[in-house]
Ligand binder design. Structure first.
Ligand SMILES: NC(=O)c1ccc[n+]([C@@H]2O[C@H](COP(=O)([O-])OP(=O)(O)OC[C@H]3O[C@@H](n4cnc5c(N)ncnc54)[C@H](OP(=O)(O)O)[C@@H]3O)[C@@H](O)[C@H]2O)c1
Length: 257
């Protein structure tokens, strides 16, 4: 991908840790100018343009878009990566309205608002690529762990498909990337919370989680870079006929055809 994205401006939300950070590195290697958002200012933001933003707040997306357009005057790539399963385990009776609304704000509406604020520029350019980071749990919900998160990400999948149909004729491609279990700070925190809730060790919680996820034929969690490699391909010119699809990167984990 060396220099294949030179001259292009990319936004990666949640680009300071985990999968987002690996995607940022991939896009920088390919020569893009990269804008990164997160709530916390990172210790080292050299190489990219950092904007502090809590994307759960409805006004944040417009502020992020204004700063990008005022600085660069264009946007070529959007990776809506910020997201998380933030609700307590325990199924339907545990989930409050606040839990449901937070999952929808973070895992669906953050991407909807960022895209709405930046799409007019892509449409004027008659080019652009959007990647919405979803999860395998959108199609394989785990009732006691991911109910609201899975529902929000499933809505993200449906939205992405509809958006791809709407803006494809005007030169903008939209795809979804659905990782399985990936070794990130979020995953580590999640397993620790499971251990605390079950009063078990982190190792026991990890075994319980993997039993719920099911067999991973490749026998391990993904590295964030393995998700970033797929995103790097999807935003490149080699992927110019790919839109409206949901790409799973999960070591073979989903037990469906
Ligand atoms: N890890 C997995 O196994 C896995 C599996 C399937 C799908 N995914 C999806 O992949 C994406 C990235 O997950 P990850 O595991 O890499 O997460 P992570 O390690 O927790 O990193 C999340 C990033 O998003 C930012 N972020 C979190 N909440 C935010 C908010 N309200 N507003 C703005 N930024 C926010 C974080 O920075 P701050 O905390 O400083 O805001 C951080 O930069 C998510 O959409 C997740 O649902 C992950």
């Amino acid at each position: 991908m060396n220099n294949s994205l030179t001259g292009q401006v990319a936004l990666v939300t949640g680009g300071t840790k985990g999968i987002g950070k690996a995607i940022v590195n991939k896009l920088l290697e390919a020569g893009a100018q990269v804008v990164v958002t997160a709530r916390t200012v990172p210790q080292d933001s050299s190489g990219y343009h950092f904007i502090a933003a809590d994307l759960v707040q409805a006004t944040s997306a417009a502020a992020v878009a204004s700063e990008i357009l005022a600085t660069y005057g264009r946007i070529d790539i959007i990776v809506n990566n910020a997201g998380a399963n933030t609700s307590p385990s325990g199924g339907y009776s545990t989930l409050t309205d606040e839990n449901w609304l937070h999952e929808l704000q973070l895992n669906l509406l953050a991407a909807v608002r960022i895209n709405k604020a930046l799409l007019p520029t892509m449409l004027t350019q008659k080019s652009g690529v959007i990647i919405n980071i979803s999860t395998g749990a959108a199609v394989q919900p785990i009732w006691d762990i991911t109910m609201a998160y899975s529902a929000a990400k499933a809505a993200l999948n449906a939205y992405s498909k509809a958006l791809a149909s709407e803006v494809g004729p005007q030169g903008v491609r939209v795809n979804t990337v659905s990782p399985g279990a990936v070794k990130t700070p979020l995953m580590q925190e999640f397993i620790e919370q499971m251990a605390a809730a079950a009063n078990s060790s982190v190792e026991e919680a990890f075994t319980t989680l993997m039993a719920k996820v099911g067999t991973v034929p490749l026998g391990r969690m993904a590295e964030p870079e393995e998700v970033a490699d797929l995103v790097g391909f999807l935003v490149s010119a080699q992927a110019h006929y790919l839109t409206g699809s949901n790409f799973h990167v999960n070591g073979g984990a989903l037990p469906v055809v």
